[in-house]
Design a protein around this ligand. Structure first.
Ligand code: NAD
Length: 247
């Protein structure tokens, strides 16, 4: 119970990685706000049934007023905010020379601007209290990936945003770190099983030195560590959770 009585928000936590992260934080004793566009109630109910403490808040991370309301909701419901995990993200893949500007705008709005609002609103609350943990979910794709110009740009932006937040707030008791998952089994990646009768999935497995996709709990374990007191001297870091895939 490394996070007993801590209060956390996890965005995009109705399913996939976010849900795995929320479950791990709840197991460690944190009270968790499940923030998502849809399905947050069900995920929160699941955590409560398993003996954790969670509640749901419907939010679109790309809307500043909704992110302000989210932080306020956590404070009103549980009395404070200690841990902010900006996880919500989408992809709209396609080669750069054919990418509609709309697919650029949408991915930047959710993956980068959403992380900006989440980080900014959390930090506004955490600075006066002199404590906080910001954990932003980027991707190994931030280094560049064919078909992902929009996603890579957004995820590289998350790295710059987080490292800047880390430096600006290092003397305020706030740590800010980035996790780059490699290839984790979620709805976002399972789509690949339908491409070329599973051949695309198999070829991805060959690119992972460990030979298999990660689980949301693999990322959840790292988030829980970064959120704990054991990680008090770790800030501005990029941590890969990718079975050796990201170099
Ligand atoms: P997912 O599609 O399974 O789940 C994403 C969740 O975010 C959904 O519940 C969705 O409703 C929510 N969401 C989407 N847009 C939102 C918005 N505007 N406001 C609020 N919630 C919104 O995806 P996932 O695989 O769980 O990915 C989670 C994060 O991890 C993303 O940021 C993704 O880029 C990142 N990531 C995933 C992988 C992977 O292998 N799955 C790898 C690297 C990075």
């Amino acid at each position: 119970m490394r996070l007993k009585d801590k209060v956390a928000i996890v965005t995009g936590a109705a399913r996939g990685l976010g849900k795995g992260i929320a479950k791990k934080l709840a197991e460690e004793g944190a009270k968790v706000v499940i923030a998502d566009m849809a399905g947050a109630e069900e995920a929160a109910a699941e955590i409560n049934q398993e003996g954790g403490t969670a509640s749901a808040f419907q939010v679109n991370v790309s809307k500043q007023s909704e992110m302000q309301a989210l932080v306020q909701y956590a404070v009103d419901t549980y009395g404070t905010l200690d841990i902010m995990v900006n996880n919500a993200g989408i992809n709209r893949d396609g080669m750069l020379h054919k990418m509609p500007a709309e697919n650029w705008d949408t991915v930047i709005a959710v993956d980068l601007t959403g992380a900006f609002y989440g980080t900014q609103e959390a930090i506004k609350y955490m600075r006066p209290k002199g404590y906080g943990r910001i954990i932003n979910i980027s991707s190994g794709s931030w280094l560049g990936n064919i078909g992902q110009a929009n996603y890579a740009a957004a995820k590289a932006g998350v790295v710059g945003l987080t490292k800047t937040a880390a430096r600006e707030n290092a003397r305020k008791g706030i740590t800010c770190n980035v996790i780059c998952p490699g290839f984790i089994e979620t709805d976002m990646t399972l789509k690949l099983k339908e491409v070329n009768d599973g051949a695309a999935w198999d070829s991805m497995m060959q690119r992972i030195p460990m030979g298999y996709a990660g689980k949301p709990s693999d990322v959840g374990n790292m988030v829980a560590f970064l959120a704990s007191d054991e990680a008090a001297y770790i800030t501005s870091e990029i941590i890969n959770v990718g079975g050796g895939m990201i170099v």
